[in-house]
Design a protein around this ligand. Structure first.
Ligand code: SAM
Length: 285
């Protein structure tokens, strides 16, 4: 038996479920599913199946269906259970609740009523993709699903152009080629990107390249399954020595050595010290 019955205080327990491989569930998630007084799920059938796979018995508990758009009545049922001193586990169909999935309204309402809200964290496609994409992870921006309509999609991409971190998108296989083409057109063909498909599943695939390379490849390929797209932040274009010298000479006409160095290092996104040394030698000529 992989789980144990634990004593849970009245409160809401968000439970992460696998994004592919059923065994990616955590032991604590199983403990909570085995022990909560009430179980609610985005998709009751898939949670029942997952509990069956792991041998977690329902023991007479019904699984309530809950989406944020199920409305206040469904939320009220959960809040009533909490008011009666019961513990409630809530799971999404796959991955972490709230991450492009329901749970936001529920979590807020429960917290506003003063009940504890906690989480048994686990897999999420965005984090798995960031781990595999080969793009910087020091800062990233989760952009969820892009809009369906081309105009709205381009406007949204445009708004993300200067974000100083890796962009993370969820995408459907039907729309992925159009989306890559729009990303290449709006953000520039040379940005590095990665397409992560079917993570943790049998046909897991990671494709890395520039946006134009990926757009070209997926214009000609029909793909299936679930996809995360990642795009590197904008990089300043390669600059050569003469570009720097020219910019410094121009800046030195109206600025001190110090200010000219600041301006040019910012302009080219380069470290200040070597630019300052260069400005100093040019200023002394
Ligand atoms: N809550 C989930 C999470 O934490 O990742 C996301 C749910 S969202 C409704 C579903 C989207 O997540 C899919 O369309 C896909 O973009 C992405 N996704 C989910 N599972 C995936 C997987 N195994 N491989 C790649 N992408 C996945």
């Amino acid at each position: 038996m992989n789980f144990q019955k634990i004593s849970l205080t009245a409160g809401l327990y968000f439970v992460a479920t696998p994004i592919g491989t059923a065994r990616d569930i955590t032991l604590r998630a199983l403990d909570i599913l085995a022990s909560a007084d009430v179980i609610a799920a985005e998709d009751t059938r898939s949670l029942r199946r997952l509990m069956e796979i792991h041998g977690v018995p329902l023991e007479g508990r019904r699984i309530l269906a809950y989406h944020d758009h199920s409305g206040p009545a469904a939320r009220e049922k959960i809040i009533q259970a909490l008011e009666q001193g019961r513990s409630v586990a809530y799971a999404s169909e796959a991955g972490m609740p709230l991450i492009a999935d329901p749970g936001y309204d529920l979590g807020r309402s429960v917290a506003e009523k003063g009940f504890p809200v906690t989480c048994a964290p686990g897999p999420s496609a965005a984090l798995a993709a960031l781990t595999l994409a080969g793009l910087p992870t020091d800062a990233f921006f989760f952009a969820g699903f892009l809009p369906n309509a081309t105009k709205a999609r381009r406007t949204r991409i445009e708004a993300l152009r200067s974000i100083p971190g890796t962009l993370v998108f969820y995408e459907s296989p039907k729309r992925v080629s159009g989306c890559l083409a729009d990303l290449a057109a709006s953000l520039g063909p040379e940005r590095q990107a990665a397409l992560c498909r079917e993570l943790t599943k049998k046909f897991e695939e990671i494709r890395r390249g520039t946006l134009s390379e990926l757009a070209e490849e997926f214009a000609e390929r029909t793909v299936k399954g679930e996809i995360v797209l990642l795009v590197d932040r904008a990089r300043s274009q390669a600059v050569n020595d003469s570009d720097i010298e020219e910019a410094l000479l121009k800046a030195l006409q109206s600025h001190s050595v110090r200010d000219a160095a600041d301006l040019v290092s910012e302009m080219f996104d380069l470290p200040r010290r070597p630019i300052y040394q260069r400005a100093l030698s040019l200023g002394n000529k």
